[in-house]
Design a protein around this ligand. Structure first.
Ligand code: NAP
Length: 283
């Protein structure tokens, strides 16, 4: 039997509708969530991401600023910009679009963002809070994965989840969030032997690797939930995931398509973080 499709676009739209209603309420109390997105240089992919973030702000009635600075901007100049927005009261979220030009140290920039406004959830204090289970702004793609699972009735509690990938932006945080949701989590990576065998033990498989169509049907336990975080550009220009979707479709119980699965959730969770930060700033 063919897997049920996890429609990230639809789920993302319904979350945005919930956010829009909350924003209306907040605005009645005189608060408008504000997000600043800082783009250094002119990387074409980053330009698209930044435009989409500004569009989402507009759709939900947020205040937003997009600050574009040239690729030659120095680290000190960028830090000064961040300090300015750390102090600015109408801004509740600061996002510096990554990657940054080579002469700027990414860590120095992330560390400089006030943790209260760290809507990407990459600041070491946010990461630490996630780890110990304290309240935190959660990284957007991992929290999007959790929403997809919960909103399709696939609660991770008690399940064995295998995560393939251990990056700081996806693999590790999604594993921590799954643990927090009471899943039993196995984390695999490029040095894991017998990867297909490991994957096949999973009730839920989360794949964040960056290798097109790596996961085949032999890797999937019949009926498992398969979440594909991967976004890879094929030579013909088409986008595809880390899972061989057509191959796995009949083995999985649930599956996210690429595009239209995890992708749309990322910006939506960014919007949710900005709203959360605005609500906190109010009290
Ligand atoms: P990354 O930083 O390159 O990390 C990739 C991880 O996969 C590493 O832990 C690596 O292991 C592991 N890996 C690489 N090749 C492997 C293999 N053959 N077998 C097993 N593990 C392997 O990538 P990332 O930033 O986490 O992103 C992963 C994918 O998700 C990419 O396609 C990216 O475009 C996509 N992504 C999508 C969104 C979204 O919004 N949908 C957001 C972020 C990322 P080692 O640690 O051992 O090197």
């Amino acid at each position: 039997m063919s897997a049920q499709i996890i429609n990230g676009k639809q789920i993302s739209e319904s979350i945005r509708e919930e956010l829009r209603l909350e924003v209306e309420q907040l605005k009645q109390n005189g608060i408008t969530p504000g997000l600043v997105v800082i783009l250094v240089g002119e990387d074409p992919a980053s330009q698209v991401y930044v435009r989409n973030k500004a569009k989402a702000c507009e759709q939900l009635g947020y205040y937003s600023e997009v600050v574009r600075v040239p690729a030659e901007t120095s680290q000190d100049e960028l830090l000064a910009l961040i300090h300015k927005y750390n102090e600015q009261r109408n801004i509740h979220g600061i996002l510096v679009q990554l990657p940054l030009p080579k002469h700027i140290e990414e860590k120095a920039i992330i560390d400089a963002i006030s943790v209260e406004k760290d809507v990407d959830g990459f600041h070491p204090e946010s990461v630490g809070n996630l780890m110990i289970g304290d309240d935190a702004l959660l990284p957007c793609t991992p929290s999007g994965v959790i929403e997809l699972l919960k909103r399709t009735g696939n609660h991770p509690a008690g399940k064995h989840v295998v995560v393939i990938g251990r990056s700081n932006i996806v693999g590790k945080p999604v594993s921590m969030l799954l643990l927090r949701e009471n899943a039993t989590v196995t984390i695999c990576h490029s040095r894991t032997p017998n990867l297909p065998e490991m994957a096949r033990q999973a009730d839920m498989l989360v794949v964040a690797v960056g290798v097109a169509k790596l996961v085949k049907k032999e890797w999937v336990k019949p009926g498992a939930v398969v979440i594909d975080v991967g976004m890879n550009r094929l030579p013909d220009g088409k986008l595809c995931g880390d899972v061989d979707y057509d191959d796995v479709l009949d083995a999985a119980g649930w599956i996210t398509p690429v595009p239209g699965g995890v992708g749309p959730m990322t910006i939506t969770m960014l919007m949710a973080n900005t709203l959360k930060s605005a609500k906190r700033a109010r009290v």
